[in-house]
Design a protein around this ligand. Structure first.
Ligand code: GDG
Length: 759
């Protein structure tokens, strides 16, 4: 791979917040470290950078430094951010940032992506602000970016940024990682049409898009297919001239840091202090930012149910609940804080005794050593978010258990549950399940605790945060060669001269042409794309040459092909290869085919045609096509995706294929394709010149079976297996004219253009 040496390479990290916050105290500027999953994770990564490769890449972190900063203080912040934190601040007025962060980020995306649609608001001013802030980020990045940098953008605040940057720096390598869940299509589609489209397009500006789990990745890919129509192949999407890779990169924690800290004298001191104040009760720990997605209320209810059901534990177990203030100011959060406090009071009042407080609640952030001490003294960690992209607390708890004891209860709604299967996995919505899990956890034998934690620790040690970041960056580097080899070359002047020269000298030629989109442009109705006299005479000339074997390979029905080309000296292939006609011979079927499935599927296609004005169904002997060229493009494109989806479900168990053609959805027999048909001709003789041209992906089957020396041409600028590209049917016709003349003149070329066939 090409990434082994990053000397001189810069990684630019863009995230909403910098790893520190700037505040003004008594006129002085103070920098304090930020708390939170993204900040914590990225900070560990950057600390680990020197061991990341032999020549560690440079990095710069771009983001908002927090707080309102006066104009005259900006330069000072800029310079300290650069020297002390390798950061580049993006400044906003506090109002702008509030409207962005508390608006679209936290009132639209956060609730929706965490499956709280009823908390989401769809406010145009929020959306406009989100666009504006993403643009400001773009501008700031452009001040800094060089073509050979790698840009790694983080999280839901900056989903439009990849595409904004891509438009300015098309060759820059851009990665994007989403730290929160990506929701199912049914949730994502709740966003207004223009927004959801722009968000997907925004993300697709990246070369590599990473998620914590395979589920999120699949949900994203499905949204891309349903809303934009791009299909993927094992997570790879082809978008015009680019390729985008979508993959899962589960984020780890800085294992060594937590494991090491748990043994440190500072943490030992903290532990002793805590132990003294907590009597002999077993400790159940709960740590989160204050957020409705974390399921704090449900957790308290679960604990309450456990105390209700099992009085044996009264006086013998304490829930230590740390809630870290965050995103204060939003109504939901204020209400939630009150609710938590009331519930804690209620449970303590109901079950507490002079010598025992069931819940010790703390509403503030704790220093790192105290956090690790909490992990280290707790017998059980109760991590029950209702939704969580990953959840690092669960992993940090396991990493801090140096004697391998302790039990983790983990919500199946957290991304971390995919990796920590040895934990007690529960559904956080059900208080009985939480209560049962607590009872089990408190009684798991020590030996079993050690067995489970050993497995989890080994996994977490290997897949730590540095590995997460390294895997992502390596993947981003590795994409480059794929990019290069992906695109066929334009059939330029030199290549055309070579092709025509070779044609002139050869005596046994095979010429394979697709029809629609290759020899003629698409027309509003299939029957309107009739060949004109010029094309017919060209084909006649080429077919009549005894050195040529000319074949037209089409998806059309055999009646139409016969009608239009039956009198010419050429081979014909109808319905993508179901029917063949060698020259001077009658039509034959390629192999016995079954078309019973048509009667089952026709009603579905008809129903979609009824729903979309302008769409219609074409029935052929062994295939059916739903055409939508004349329909309203947005409406029809959406219907085409839904139809494809429905058909895919219907046809899973039968031997037919559903194809997205050019403004058409086609269902046909799976074993029949142009490749099989082309093979018939190819094996007839040994040709000394082979030319094949086609415009859509059904022609890729032909290109795939051709020998390397063949001239394969994909019409339209799409990635292809073909060796060459031409722009459209006009260019193919020019090439045909050159061949049929069998000699060429300088006058034929347009020297201003790269291609000789483009006048
Ligand atoms: C987002 C996603 C995803 C917490 N309290 C204190 C403190 N913390 C640290 C923890 C942990 C981090 O904050 C919290 O991380 P989480 O993963 O649990 O949650 P989010 O903040 O919601 O993070 C989440 C994450 O991004 C990474 O992709 O896992 O799903 O929502 O590291 O240790 N640290 C200190 N004192 C505290 O009181 N020092």
């Amino acid at each position: 791979m090409k990434h082994e040496n990053h000397a001189g390479q810069r990684i630019i990290i863009a995230s909403n917040r910098l790893p520190f916050t700037v505040e003004r105290r008594n006129g002085e500027i103070e920098f304090t470290a930020s708390v939170g999953g993204v900040a914590t994770g990225l900070k560990s990564l950057l600390d680990a950078m020197p061991s990341f490769s032999s020549a560690a890449p440079e990095y710069v972190w771009v983001g908002w430094p927090g707080g309102a900063i006066d104009e005259e203080q900006k330069e000072e912040v800029r310079s300290r951010a650069r020297s002390d934190f390798r950061s580049h601040p993006v400044f906003f007025s506090e109002e702008d940032f509030e409207a962005f962060y508390q608006g679209f980020c936290n009132k639209t995306i956060w609730p929706l992506f965490h499956y709280f649609p009823s908390n989401a608001s769809y406010d145009d001013t929020y959306w406009l602000q989100y666009k504006k802030v993403n643009k400001v980020f773009k501008e700031s990045l452009l001040e800094l970016l060089r073509q050979d940098d790698i840009l790694w953008i983080h999280d839901y605040h900056l989903m439009l940024l990849p595409n904004l940057v891509r438009k300015e720096l098309p060759k820059l390598r851009v990665g994007f990682f989403l730290h929160i869940p990506f929701p199912h299509f049914e949730i994502f589609r709740l966003l207004p049409a223009a927004w959801r489209r722009e968000i997907l397009e925004g993300l697709l500006g990246a070369d590599l898009i990473g998620f914590h789990t395979h589920d999120y990745m699949e949900y994203f890919l499905r949204c891309v297919q349903r809303l934009l129509g791009y299909k993927h192949k094992i997570g790879q999407l082809v978008l015009g001239h680019r390729m985008v890779k979508v993959a899962a990169f589960p984020m780890g924690v800085d294992f060594r840091k937590f494991h090491g800290a748990a043994k440190s004298p500072e943490v030992r001191k903290e532990r002793e202090k805590l132990r003294r104040s907590l009597s002999d009760a077993k400790i159940v720990l709960s740590v989160d930012r204050q957020d409705y997605s974390k399921g704090i209320i449900h957790r308290l209810q679960g604990f309450e149910t456990m105390l209700e059901q099992d009085p044996r534990w009264h006086g013998k177990v304490t829930l230590l609940m740390v809630v870290v203030p965050s995103r204060i100011g939003i109504q939901d959060y204020e209400g939630m804080k009150k609710q938590i406090e009331e519930l804690v009071g209620k449970i303590n009042g109901r079950f507490g005794a002079i010598h025992w407080t069931p819940i010790i609640y703390q509403y503030r952030s704790v220093p790192f050593d105290s956090l690790v001490a909490l992990y280290a003294i707790s017998d059980v960690a109760l991590v029950t978010p209702l939704r969580d992209g990953m959840n690092l607390v669960a992993k940090e708890y396991i990493a801090s258990r140096t004697d391998l004891t302790g039990v983790l209860i983990l919500s199946e709604m957290a991304g971390a549950a995919k990796e920590l299967a040895e934990a007690i996995i529960i559904n956080p919505n059900h208080r009985e399940e939480i209560a049962d899990a607590l009872k089990t956890a408190l009684e798991i034998p020590r030996k079993e605790q050690i067995r489970r934690n050993r497995i989890m620790q080994n996994r977490l040690r290997r897949h730590d945060v540095a590995r997460w970041a390294t895997d992502f960056i390596k993947e981003l580097f590795a994409m480059e060669p794929a990019h290069d080899k992906f695109y066929a070359k334009r059939l330029n002047l030199a290549a055309t001269m070579g092709l025509v020269g070779h044609y002139d000298q050869s005596t046994h030629r095979l010429l394979l042409f697709d029809y629609d989109g290759t020899l003629v442009p698409f027309a509003s109705h299939p029957q309107a794309a009739k060949p004109d006299r010029e094309l017919l005479s060209l084909l006649h000339g080429l077919g009549a040459d005894p050195r040529n074997e000319l074949v037209l390979l089409s998806g059309r029905d055999k009646g139409t092909l016969e009608n239009w080309f039956g009198s010419l000296t050429m081979g014909l292939v109808a319905e993508h290869g179901a029917w063949l006609k060698e020259r001077y011979r009658p039509w034959t079927i390629i192999e016995p085919l079954n078309a019973d499935w048509k009667t089952k599927l026709l009603p579905t296609l008809d129903a979609y045609a009824d729903r979309v004005p302008g769409a219609f169904v074409e029935e052929k002997e062994f295939s059916i096509v739903w055409h939508y060229r004349n329909a309203d493009p947005d409406r029809a494109a959406l219907a085409a995706r839904e139809l494809t989806d429905d058909l895919l479900a219907f046809t899973a168990t039968i031997d037919v294929q559903v194809l997205q053609g050019n403004k058409a959805v086609e269902v046909r027999n799976a074993r029949v394709h142009k490749g099989t048909a082309s093979q018939r001709w190819l094996s007839k003789s040994s040709f000394d010149f082979i030319l094949a041209a086609g415009d859509d992906w059904t022609d890729e089957d032909t290109f795939a079976i051709l020998p390397e020396r063949a001239y394969s041409i994909r019409v339209g600028m799409t990635p292809t297996q073909a060796r060459f590209h031409l722009r459209g049917p006009e260019e193919v016709l020019r090439l045909l004219k050159m061949l049929s003349k069998s000699h060429y003149t300088d006058g034929f070329y347009d020297h201003g253009s790269e291609s000789p066939v483009h006048q």
